[in-house]
Design a binder for this molecule. Structure first.
Ligand SMILES: Nc1ncnc2c1ncn2[C@@H]1O[C@H](COP(=O)(O)OP(=O)(O)OP(=O)(O)O)[C@@H](O)[C@H]1O
Ligand SMILES: [Mg+2]
Length: 261
């Protein structure tokens, strides 16, 4: 357990089984600070999505509990926004209506502000010109961007992002990484992000957590924030420290997957 962060989102002795399959066997204790950007890395099938689903309230721990600001998380609510591997959109709504959907029932912001936010996030993900299209008419990568824009527009405090950029081309992906990191710092979001892309992990994270293969436990933690600082620019990607972190994580991942040592 990391003891250096003030607890905001806490796994308190969490275990998880699906029938005979232990996904998290040893009680998992883990704390995430407010406004922290935590990236989960680990072998395929180790349990990353399961951990995210439990934070989101889509799955329940078999033992222990997950606390947000000291209270157990319940069913999904607006405090936790989710973008998942199998991103979804509402086929009967246009692209713009999909993005606006997350704000629909909010009473604390007016209609004008909702429209402004909708357009801002449509623009951010490069979909403004497709506002009136239906999701069935756009590509998989574009549908993924709809889900990202909807979640960001909804304004949740905690963002749970499970390989959100997986279907995007390299340039779009890099652009969105820069934007996401900016938004996270500017709007003080707490983000838990899963990726298989080690460079994406280094670029985005304050802290990277490397999991062992299933049953998942923490193999290593790397304090990226301490080494790269808070500001992430594209130039940083070419720095020696960035490459050192990348290589370190690649090595840790290999060990965690049991492929060497
Ligand atoms: N609803 C379920 N019922 C039974 N087993 C499940 C269920 N959901 C997940 N599992 C199993 O739990 C384990 C962890 O799955 P999970 O999807 O959390 O892994 P992951 O780390 O997200 O993998 P990937 O990197 O491939 O997305 C796998 O062995 C999976 O088959
Ligand atoms: Mg997964």
């Amino acid at each position: 357990m990391s003891t250096s962060v003030a607890p905001y989102l806490v796994f308190d002795g969490v275990t998880k089984r699906f029938g005979d399959i232990p996904v998290v066997e040893a009680p998992f204790d883990f704390a995430i600070a407010k406004n922290e950007f935590v990236v989960f890395l680990g072998p395929s099938g180790c349990g990353k999505t399961t951990l995210m689903r439990m934070i989101g309230g889509l799955d329940e721990p078999s033992g222990g509990e997950i606390l947000l600001q000291g209270a157990p998380v319940g069913p999904p609510d607006r405090r936790r926004g989710m973008v998942f591997q199998s991103y979804s959109s509402f086929p009967w709504l246009t692209v713009a209506e999909n993005v606006a959907f997350g704000m629909k029932y909010r009473k604390d912001i007016g209609e004008e502000e909702k429209l402004a936010r909708r357009d801002r996030y449509l623009d951010l993900v490069g979909l403004y010109e497709f506002s009136d299209a239906y999701p069935s008419r756009v590509s998989g990568g574009m549908r993924q961007r709809i889900a990202i824009a909807r979640t960001l527009a909804a304004g949740s405090d905690v963002l749970l992002m499970d390989e959100p950029f997986g279907a995007l081309d390299a340039q779009r992906r890099e652009g969105l990484q820069v934007q996401l990191r900016k938004i996270q710092k500017r709007d003080a979001k707490t983000i838990v992000f899963v990726t298989h892309d080690v460079e994406e992990a280094v670029f985005l994270a304050d802290r990277v957590v490397v999991f062992t293969k299933r049953p998942a436990s923490v193999a290593a933690e790397v304090d990226v924030g301490a080494r790269l600082g808070p500001d992430r620019t594209l130039e940083l990607r070419e720095s020696a420290e960035f490459f050192a972190l990348r290589n370190e994580l690649l090595h840790l991942l290999r060990s965690a997957a049991g492929e060497d040592d």
